[in-house]
Design a binder for this molecule. Sequence first.
Ligand code: KIV
Ligand code: ZN
Length: 385
Amino acid sequence: MRKLYIFDTTLRDGEQSLGITLNVQEKIEIARQLVKLGVDVIEAGFPASSPGDLASVRTLARELQGVIVCGLSRAVEGDIDSCAEALREAEYPRIHTGIAVSPVHMAQKLKLSPDQVVETAVAAVKHAKKYVGDVEFYAEDAFRSDLPFLARVLEQVIEAGATVVNIPDTVGYATPWEYGEMVTYVREHVPNIDRAVLSIHCHNDLGMATANSLAGIMAGAGQVEGTINGIGERAGNTSLEEVIMAIYTQRSRYGIETGVHTREISATSRLVSRITGVPVPAHKAIVGSNAFMHASGIHQDGVLKERTTYEIINPEVVGVPKNRIVLSARSGRHAFKYRLAELGYQVEAERLETLYQSFLQLADQKGEIFDQDLHALVGGNIVED
Ligand code: KIV
Ligand code: ZN
């Protein structure tokens, strides 16, 4: 099995979501849960961005054990110094520094030539190496870069000491096959790539962050970056829980494993949602409230006969105690009878049919039918167990 490193940036890229600001206590609560979840790296913040963020990263660096604590910095000496200062007490510190490499970012945002970008990137990595052994380099907007240029930058930063190189799809522009091709290109054209871990970092502007990340992993990336619940700027980042469970459900086919304790996924998602105030959509994969609910009669009948007919994941594996059969006008007799039996009612066949017709009439008016509705429905007309 190949080990895939999980880099969580909920507290940095996730916190860049519109409307989220986390104080240090909130960051610690989330970070402790991330440690329980078993991620390998926690990106705690961007220390040079504000004194508050520097203080938060410093506290997390001091408090967290058994995990790499990472801080972001631009390829600017002052940023790197702040980052190093914030990480001083970390058991396993990592500085994540980098610069944009796409033509539009270099010309319009940085106003630097490609040669100047290479020079700045190399200087940043060398400067970070004065403080820590573990330096990750990000090539911002790598997906829209000129690939030979990207390969040149990566080769030089690895030569300068980068231990991890990150090739983000910063603006969520890639499709899975193109992102996978970029990873393959880098693996084939950066001669010293085996001296570093190749990391992927995707955004969800086209709704493909998870698919792109999986394509990158299949093409040989060794680390995946993302956030819990996919929170992040604009349409968000890769949802780590989706990638983790895709790897988990396909582990024998992929031959890849993570160190994640999947049973902590649901608790982690709920905590991040509560603290950030960002609700999880009901239909969200893995962690949405509907993810393990069955609504239609055909599906309910199947699941009651054999769970795997309509469930690819046992809910307990992600920390959800059990699936739920929701009774509504779409439910069939099997689910209706099953729930009555669970409530302690044994109903003869003829009576069951009459009750089922009344149930359908009620469900047409009410939508979901709850246990108290069933108790009222059966009233005294049944034989109790
Ligand atoms: O999306 C991106 O390019 C980033 C980098 C700063 C790592 O978040
Ligand atoms: Zn990002």
